[in-house]
Ligand binder design. Structure first.
Ligand code: GRF
Length: 213
């Protein structure tokens, strides 16, 4: 039995595409049952439709408050009875209530070596700091923005002459590797969230996540 995954997006959806591609393998233990976007023009919606995955649009601007939007979003997600919710470039701050509802069964991907650079403009900040190494992290979502326990992390060396765009492109390549991996681990029952920590095969995952470089 494959686990049921709902993916939330706001944009291009290249991470969604990586997950769609992974689920195309018969032995991949998860299936995407719906893709939900808060933006009508998110290209990820087209990617989902091209693969025959049901899509939903829930425009946050049509709701009076963050609470009302999150409640509607939660109802929409739950109508698909997911085992796992995957945030893939979903650019919304989530309410405590929403995060709590999915605690331990919601993952996010962030383009930095968390705990470095939570929030926006991570590539610019890594370049400005003169970091030799940048990267990406998959983590469980908790109430703290980009602060939940790390699951898996990939390093990306910063190169001479790097720009935000060049670095972002190389980080994305790693994102597309590590997100399907984390979803696979969760689906196989090897990845879990307990006592505020991430666990892999019964062991606490170290603060920086499992390194896959
Ligand atoms: C990725 O860099 C992801 O880490 C961040 O937003 C970006 C989404 O890209 N949260 P895409 O929509 O998956 O192409």
């Amino acid at each position: 039995m494959k686990i049921r995954v709902v993916v939330l997006i706001s944009g291009s959806g290249s991470n969604l595409q990586a997950l769609i591609d992974a689920t195309a393998s018969a032995d991949f233990p998860a299936q995407i049952v719906a893709v939900i976007s808060n933006k009508a023009d998110a290209y990820g919606l087209v990617r989902a439709q091209n693969s025959g995955i049901p899509t939903e649009l829930l425009d946050h601007k049509t709701f009076a408050s963050r609470e009302e939007f999150d409640t509607a979003l939660q109802n929409k997600i739950d109508s698909y009875e997911p085992d796992l919710v995957v945030l893939a470039g979903f650019m919304r701050i989530l309410t405590f209530q929403f995060v709590n509802h999915y605690l331990g069964r919601m993952l996010n991907i962030h383009p930095s070596l968390l705990p470095l650079y939570p929030g926006l403009h991570t590539h610019r900040r890594a370049l400005e700091a003169g970091d030799a190494t940048h990267g990406a992290t998959v983590h469980f979502v908790t109430a703290e923005l980009d602060g939940g326990p790390a699951v898996v992390q990939a390093d990306v060396p910063v190169e001479k002459g790097d720009t935000e765009d060049l670095l972002a492109k190389r980080v994305l390549i790693q994102e597309h590797r590590i997100y399907p991996l984390a979803v696979r681990w969760f689906a196989e029952g090897n990845l879990a969230f307990r006592d505020g920590k991430a666990w892999y095969k019964g062991n606490v995952i170290p603060p920086h996540g499992i390194k896959v470089n």
